[in-house]
Design a protein around this ligand. Structure first.
Ligand SMILES: [Ca+2]
Ligand SMILES: [Ca+2]
Ligand SMILES: [Ca+2]
Length: 251
């Protein structure tokens, strides 16, 4: 909700076939609807951005869901929208595989986090701005605005420079184009050695098919970022496998 009370809802759908590459069975776009009367009535949807997250853009896991290379976790491209409480600027984040091997029979992920910005209530947008283009996967982004400064924070899962077994929860803070990154997880997660949701497929027997959808950041009135994410770093009752815990941090 913007400082003038306008409500903004962003959502994905698969219906814009003009964005699909040859052979796609689905591919998402982000749309926006707004309400200026507290949700009594809503605008028609307007286009924000097309995504590279279709049926030929990600590997498929044992459950028939999109996943990341070397993992079995179900993932998707979704992020969120937030309106700055200080000046009403809209920020929308998502992650997709436009910088990986996509529209292929054998997609290889290098998903990245992107930011869309609107300074006129969603009438027009700038972006996608690449905010973390590291060579491994970055996914499940969430953005919020620090009400004391107007700066943004984006939390997301992060495999870093290359796609090994481990990932962390990372945080970008600052202004668009001048974001600084810190790792907020206490220890790296290993979703290939999971106590729960084990895929049971050859070469990835103990890979988790689910790691929680999604992770989140919310700034308090004190300007501190409150963050939650799923962490798979704590040894479980089965040797070598890790629990899935909900982890919280303030920064
Ligand atoms: Ca496309
Ligand atoms: Ca595609
Ligand atoms: Ca990446």
């Amino acid at each position: 909700m913007g400082p003038d009370g306008t409500v903004y809802v962003a959502f994905e759908n698969e219906q814009n076939e003009a964005l699909w590459e040859t052979g796609e069975q689905f591919e998402d776009q982000y749309l926006l609807v707004t309400s200026t009367d507290g949700g009594e009535t809503w605008s028609s949807p307007t286009f924000v951005v097309g995504l590279e997250d279709g049926s030929a853009d990600y590997p498929i896991n044992v459950s028939g869901r999109q996943t990341l290379t070397g993992y079995q976790l179900r993932v998707n491209s979704a992020g969120n929208i937030v309106a700055s409480p200080t000046d009403g600027t809209l920020y929308l984040v998502f992650a997709d595989n436009r910088n990986g091997t996509h529209d292929s029979e054998e997609p290889v992920t290098n998903t990245d986090v992107f930011l869309m910005i609107s300074s006129n209530g969603g009438s027009s947008w700038s972006g996608p701005m690449l905010v973390d283009g590291s060579g491994g996967d970055q996914w499940f982004p969430w953005v919020d605005v620090d009400p004391t400064t107007g700066d943004i924070g984006i939390v997301y899962n992060d495999r870093g420079a290359a796609n090994g077994p481990l990932y962390n929860a990372s945080l970008l803070e600052g202004t668009p184009g001048a974001l600084s990154k810190t790792v907020v997880s206490t220890a790296a997660s290993d979703p290939t050695m999971s106590r729960y949701f084990r895929a049971g497929v050859e070469g990835c027997e103990t890979c988790a098919t689910f790691h929680g959808d999604y992770i989140n950041i919310s700034y308090g009135s004190d300007g501190v970022a409150n963050m939650v994410w799923t962490e798979m770093s704590v040894p479980s009752d089965i040797e070598g496998l890790f629990y899935q815990f909900i982890t919280y941090a303030r920064q």
